[in-house]
Design a protein around this ligand. Sequence first.
Ligand SMILES: Cc1cc2nc3c(=O)[nH]c(=O)nc-3n(C[C@H](O)[C@H](O)[C@H](O)COP(=O)(O)OP(=O)(O)OC[C@H]3O[C@@H](n4cnc5c(N)ncnc54)[C@H](O)[C@@H]3O)c2cc1C
Length: 539
Amino acid sequence: MLTTPVLIVGGGPVGLTASLALSQQGVRSLLVERHPGTAILPKARGINARTMEMYRQMGLETDIRAAGMPPRFGKMILWAESLAGNEVKRLTPGRGSPKNLVTSPAANCGCSQDLLEPVLRRHAEALAPGGLLFSTELTEILPTEDGVTGVLTNRVTGETGRVLAKYVIAADGAHSPLRAMIGIERTGERDIYDSVNVHCRVDLRPWVDERPAALYYIDQPDLRATFLTINGSDRWGFLVHSLSVYGFSKENLPPERCIELVRQAVGVPDLPVEVLGISFWKCSAMVADKFSAGRIFLAGDAAHETTPSGGFGLNLGVQDAHNLAWKIAAVLEGYADPSLLNSYDAERRPHATDVVKATYLNMSSLKRTERQSAPKLPRQEYLNEQGLVFGARYKSAAVLSDGSAPPRVDDPVTEYVPSATPGCRAPHVWVEHKGERLSMIDLFGRDFVLVAAPGGAAWREAASRQVTPRVVPYVIGDDVVDIDNAWMEAYGVVEGGAVLVRPDGYVAWRCRALSPKPASALADALKILLGHEAAVRAA
Ligand SMILES: Cc1cc2nc3c(=O)[nH]c(=O)nc-3n(C[C@H](O)[C@H](O)[C@H](O)COP(=O)(O)OP(=O)(O)OC[C@H]3O[C@@H](n4cnc5c(N)ncnc54)[C@H](O)[C@@H]3O)c2cc1C
């Protein structure tokens, strides 16, 4: 029987990222994907800035941007009666505004899923040779005393085998067979509208070159569709909305009819169009009632299904994997109590619930589920969700409150004020380290990191006494230059203070001024954060 510390079920963007994040933590995993390769349809294209920060920490940012669409296409969305006909409206998403761009060293990136996944796969396979099995389906799961046994079937040869894992990540998509096997239910709106995603080769440059956009909404009395930019020239996604409302169905939409609809939406009856793929799907807005059961963790669409209005599905899932990987590593390496894993549900489910609600409201405001020809402009939050992208605040046992609260904002969906309040994403500040200009967040990703303000050299000694987990210290003004003299304000500490950042880039603990006993203060904080105190209390 095969054995692996972590079995990942599903080789979509979330499973692939889980493999990468576990390798980054030095944990071996086995990923099984029932298809022979990565996605063949474009689906998601909007990789938000927070997700790009994570890929930046994993060293993938350059390759993903190289695979993505020309950046000029990411700056606008547009409504028209047809591409060749009347233009109705243009909108500039607030996420790309200069005010929002200073939040992060990594701008968002347009890269369609069929181009992103091969990049993820290539890096994942390089870090875990032999750790990804395609054409391999998990067909059964059997809990054992100290792990989980999965039954695997090779879809080419029909051979079956077993794998014994300590933990399982179910990244097996919205219809998650694993979620069904372990009996986790979901709450929310199911099958809100039906749609078809047509992947096509068609040269649209004459109508888009002068007005590059990420989305071209087409509104006609008998057709509501969207062109999804992939390369900005001859490869496009074409989404037809609310099929049944307009009398369309899987049966009456063969490729020839899809070609006619593309031509109708462009407004050029004899335009050469080739259909590369067709995928019928239904939009739902649902969240699993819990994100784990025993040793099995749901991640990505298996845990939450968002409407595509806002481009959050893939991003939420990638961030789930990033949240979970270091916790599983900490438990497997023996420096955290298994109760640390409870913080995965406590941190990710409330955030997923907020995102699912916001994208549902985006979708409703676009009014594309109703039969009407006039376009309806979306609510102002749509594509302005800076607060949801960066502002998740975790409240769990893996965060130690210092009694402070992050700055209050009027609208947590659109507004983000950087804050190092425990539970928040550690803010981006430009620094210089070893002669290199970096973002503060470039120093996070593998270990716990303790950043001390000027005058906080004693924290370096405190960190060096910490054997497991390893804590990497930096002292501002010593080995890190605070280029804009912004660090202390951004991190909310005075001279001698320090901030402990988790491997996923979230603030775990903050000591605003120098502690009289830095080593024991740090050791005590870690003991609580890693679940050891709770374990002693429970014993
Ligand atoms: C039209 C459209 C546009 C979208 N746009 C965006 C966007 O702009 N931004 C964004 O963030 N999101 C977007 N999304 C959502 C995004 O595509 C999904 O959220 C994302 O694919 C979820 O990734 P995942 O890895 O969780 O699941 P999936 O991509 O569904 O992958 C799950 C994988 O698990 C495999 N699997 C299932 N069961 C088993 C099993 N038993 N054994 C082995 N393998 C198994 C499946 O074959 C599949 O490959 C969009 C979706 C659509 C449909």
